[in-house]
Design a protein around this ligand. Structure first.
Ligand code: GLP
Length: 241
């Protein structure tokens, strides 16, 4: 694990964006695994700026997103599909046909999960996967479990996640109870993984995930075994170390 310690969220975002831009410049046909949440928003803002200034182009990039809520269509304000358009895709030169997100409206979820795993394989796997860290140690929507789930699957969101994400919805009852998420195998097979973590609220779980035992009860801890994992975290998030 490589640790990049930054002063604050802005520096974290710039450093993470630098890693992604370098990946795309070195391999313009990169497959990027993308994440939602407040943590990567600043990273995306830097990429948008550098795309506008002509320093990086996403014309030949393909993307696969980690997860989506079950029951929200792509136009729903809080769907992850919408999030990606608003926060990144609509502002860069990517071909929308090259962007992929699990379909939260699929009637046959098992088939949708199998399709998504096959899609990742058909793209040749993920070159760089960007991640945030859930307050309970989840990555994507891989919630604390007794085992590490391997492929894309449907999850019941934990009460902790519903609580954490209700800020984006009208009320708690409006938060979807299920999601589709890439599995731990999909994430671990990415050739490079970059995680962004910011703020004191993540300090305790960051310590448990990366300086404690590897266990499915803290899903992010598996990244300790990844051969090319970079954690980009600010001082507040690192304050328990
Ligand atoms: C959601 C997403 C995760 C994300 C997490 C943390 O539950 N499924 O991919 O990492 O939230 O979000 P934030 O960055 O807002 O703390």
């Amino acid at each position: 694990m490589r640790l990049i310690r930054t002063k604050d969220y802005d520096e974290m975002s710039r450093r993470a964006a630098g890693l992604i831009a370098a990946q795309v410049i070195m391999k313009p046909t990169s497959v990027l695994g993308l994440a939602t949440g407040s943590s990567p928003v600043g990273t995306y803002q830097n990429l948008i700026e550098w795309c506008h200034s002509g320093d990086v182009s996403f014309r030949n990039v393909k993307t696969v997103n980690l997860d989506e809520y079950v029951g929200l269509d792509a136009e729903h304000e809080q769907s992850y599909a919408k999030f990606m358009h608003v926060n990144l895709f609509d502002h860069i030169d990517i071909d929308p046909a090259n962007t992929n997100i699990p379909d939260g409206m699929a009637s046959q979820t098992e088939e949708e999960c199998a399709r998504y795993d096959a899609l990742i394989q058909s793209l040749g796997g993920i070159d760089l996967q960007l991640l945030g860290l859930g307050p309970n140690g989840h990555i994507g929507f891989n919630e604390p479990e007794e085992i590490f789930e391997k492929g894309t699957h449907r999850v019941s969101l934990t009460q902790a996640t519903i609580q954490a994400n209700k800020r984006f919805f009208e009320n708690e009852a409006a938060v979807p109870r299920y999601a589709l998420t890439m599995g731990i195998r999909d994430i671990m097979q990415a050739r490079r993984v970059v995680m962004v973590v910011s703020g004191a609220g993540k300090a305790e779980i960051l310590k448990q995930a990366f300086f404690g035992p590897v266990t499915p009860s803290v899903p992010a801890s598996i990244l300790q075994f990844h051969p090319d994992f970079t954690l980009v975290a600010d001082e507040e998030a690192l304050k328990c170390l």
